[in-house]
Design a protein around this ligand. Structure first.
Ligand SMILES: NC(=O)c1ccc[n+]([C@@H]2O[C@H](COP(=O)([O-])OP(=O)(O)OC[C@H]3O[C@@H](n4cnc5c(N)ncnc54)[C@H](O)[C@@H]3O)[C@@H](O)[C@H]2O)c1
Ligand SMILES: [Zn+2]
Ligand SMILES: [Zn+2]
Length: 382
């Protein structure tokens, strides 16, 4: 089969690989109809995630058609159209019982923090991902969701990660009626966080980025205010000026380790790897939020950090919340929002590439060329 194939930093290609097989009775094999590239894939593509092995297939946002099921699978059958959450989770461990599916204790032998994730290096279990014609889906009775009959596949594929992650970012902000919410990052995750903030009762939503076409997009898609950080001297003071000098009630980090905007952070965090990423947006969140406010982090960081203003967290009495999204928990609610016409997630899709062109797709998305917001890869259908 054809699949995305990682060769090393900034080098990916489409290559012929062996077809996946059922390895466990609760596996399914899914024929992929669509897969996206996520901002998280860029951390892999840029060589920033440890133990990303040559030959791995990325891709944790995909939907498709069930091709084959293992002997113990009861909830799926051949021919079902499914969307597959990016988390691989067992559904029965201590954490899954608390609906912390992203923290499943059974699907990632390499770590105790995050559970299994499709196509996301051996630090999340080493599972091959869905930027391929076929993918093995473990725990097939638990993860995949059969598409409701009226669901557009372009909307469905965004329910596997970007939309639920943005939604959870807003949810973790504990937004109350009328709150001012600042979202850092106008990528797909930040765009959905901004839209979700309104769904949760925000009174004001401000999105910060420096890529003009993305700011324009989010202004229209989420009817929010926008700030280009290149035009701002000091982010915390700017946000305070915008909020009667109080600060925002909620700040959301939808950027993570590869933030630009602070040369020292970028040098030490991204170039020299002296710390596990640039903590620029973390600083901006902690310093721009009001006393007693909440910082919600969904941007991805490496595990260790030193240059974080933790003293300000203590002295301001902040609540810090963070996680990888637990996609499955949000699906019933988000499907309802789509069906009610409150949001059309597929509006963020700007590019479609045949799977063969995966190298171009990564390059265009990574370099923010051609006004790219969300690229979708389309395997040829047999
Ligand atoms: N927690 C989760 O479950 C989860 C799921 C999906 C993605 N993520 C993470 O969320 C982040 C965003 O994902 P995405 O797909 O939207 O990525 P993306 O790369 O498309 O978007 C990131 C945006 O951040 C902007 N940016 C860079 N520095 C900034 C700064 N200092 N201030 C404000 N904006 C800045 C970039 O210009 C870009 O538009 C990534 O770190 C990704 O790994 C987390
Ligand atoms: Zn992702
Ligand atoms: Zn579990």
């Amino acid at each position: 089969m054809l699949a995305m194939d990682y060769r090393g930093p900034y080098r990916v290609r489409a290559a012929e690989k062996a077809e996946p097989k059922i390895e466990h009775p609760n596996d399914a094999i899914v024929r992929v109809t669509r897969s996206c590239i996520c901002g998280s894939d860029l951390h892999l593509y840029h060589g920033l995630v440890p133990d990303t092995r040559v030959g791995m297939t990325f891709g944790h946002e995909f939907c498709g058609i069930v091709e084959e099921v293992g002997p113990s699978v009861q909830n799926l059958k051949k021919g079902d159209k499914v969307l597959v959450p990016f988390n691989i989770f067992c559904g029965t461990c201590y954490f899954c019982k608390k609906e912390l599916f992203s923290n499943c204790h059974n699907t990632n032998p390499s770590a105790t923090a995050v559970g299994g994730i499709f196509g996301y290096s051996h630090t999340t279990g080493g599972y091959d991902g869905g930027q391929a014609e076929l993918v093995r889906v473990p725990m097939a009775d638990v993860g995949p969701t059969v598409l409701p009959p009226d669901m557009d596949e372009d909307d469905a594929v965004l329910l596997t990660d970007a939309f639920p992650t943005g939604y959870q970012a807003a949810e973790m902000g504990g937004i109350r009626e009328g709150d001012t919410v600042v979202v850092f990052g106008a990528g797909p995750v930040g765009i959905f966080a901004a839209k979700s903030a309104w769904l949760m009762g925000a009174g004001r939503v401000i999105v910060v980025d420096h890529v003009e076409y993305r700011l324009e997009f989010v202004r229209n898609f989420a009817q929010c205010e926008i700030v280009n950080f290149k035009e701002v001297d000091d982010m915390a003071i700017h946000i305070k000026k915008m909020t009667d000098w109080l600060g925002a009630d909620v700040c959301i980090d939808a950027v993570g380790a590869e933030a630009t905007g602070n040369a020292l952070q970028h040098l030490t965090g991204v170039k020299l790897k002296l710390q596990a990423g640039a903590a620029t947006v973390l600083h901006w969140c902690i310093n721009s939020v009001r006393k007693g406010g909440t910082v919600s982090i969904v941007g991805v960081y490496g595990p260790t950090f030193n240059m974080v203003p933790i003293g300000n967290v203590v002295n301001k009495g902040l609540t810090l919340r963070a996680n990888q999204a637990s996609v499955k928990r949000h699906l019933p609610r988000l499907i309802e929002h789509i069906q009610a016409g409150r949001i059309k997630p597929s509006e963020v899709i700007t590019h479609r590439f045949p799977l063969e062109a995966v190298a171009d797709a990564y390059h265009i998305f990574s370099s923010k060329l051609d006004n790219c917001i969300k690229p979708v890869l389309l395997p040829a259908m047999h």
